[in-house]
Design a protein around this ligand. Sequence first.
Ligand SMILES: [Mn+2]
Length: 386
Amino acid sequence: MSNPANVKAALRSLEIETPSWAYGNSGTRFKVFAQAGVPRTPQEKIADAAQVHRFTGSAPSVALHIPWDRVDDFTELAKHAHDQGVRLGAINSNVFQDDDYKLGSVTNPDPRVRRKAVRHLLDCVDIMDATGSRDLKLWFSDGINYPGQDDLRDRQDRLAEALREVYDRLGPHQRMLLEYKLFEPAFYATDVPDWGTSYAHCVELGPRATVCIDTGHHAPGTNIEFIVAFLLRAGRLGAFDFNSRFYADDDLMAGAADPFQLFRIMYEIVRADALSSGIAFMLDQCHNIEAKVPAVIRSVLNVQEATAKALLVDRDALRAAQLEGDVLGANAVLMDAYNTDVRPLLAELRTEDGLDPDPVGAYRRSGYGERVVAERVGGQQAGWNA
Ligand SMILES: [Mn+2]
């Protein structure tokens, strides 16, 4: 794969999905700093996402979040996206913002609340039918704060029952992505805390249930590329939510905190020839203090750079060194690729594809940011903080 033409061809096949919520105002539990010109509607979020695709050529779809992006006519919204040059991607469900969900959604001890949560998930599948989306993303905030608060095993039974009902509702070309998270908002026990729990539920459900790895949802020091390798081997890696973390679920730009980790993850993808095998490479991040559209562009570039380096790994040389037990040699092959400056290669690729070699600079020069500041008054919250 070290041949530059092959590397470029592989990079052209890489599609990164950006999240609608990255374009709206967001913040921490302490404060949301509103920015001028942020989108007021789902349509305007899609327009911003289209800018990211326009300048990178690699972000052709945008994920929606329900209810934050609820509209009366999703078929019309899909057409709007198409007119802007992008398409609608995964539907992200939300069963964590209603007062009813204080003690959980699909694992709540109250059957009425569980029914309400499942109803919402089924509504999301209806929306997928209208938008043409393939993927339903499930992340549950469900969990408990204190030992004894609820029965750990009963909650797994309730989770399995809810997942089964939703899985059986999926159309033949639709998939379920089950995301996990170590902790937060629950602190003692989370009902889907890790990839193993997600994987086990997916296996129980069927082949169209797959695991979503959010890179920010692990304990510090977790070897995420091992999880990637394991799930790829098992055929159960459905998606990534890329972002960066320093401490907890920081949701910073992908590749900002640890570009080496992103490279190691993308190497496992390349190793499995899985760059264009249906895995959804999504961003799940928010830009609390930085300008949003250029931050998303930067994140896309970071994923591209990590992927380019992964593609440059001399796999034959690596294999040979591994089989010979050449510890230092094998490590050196990997590090040679990681230490390559791939920016000239990516600039060349963009120029060949009629793009500006500097997407962030080109976006700034386009005047789009200034134009929307003038046009949009009273930008919308991304959704989760007041
Ligand atoms: Mn996520």
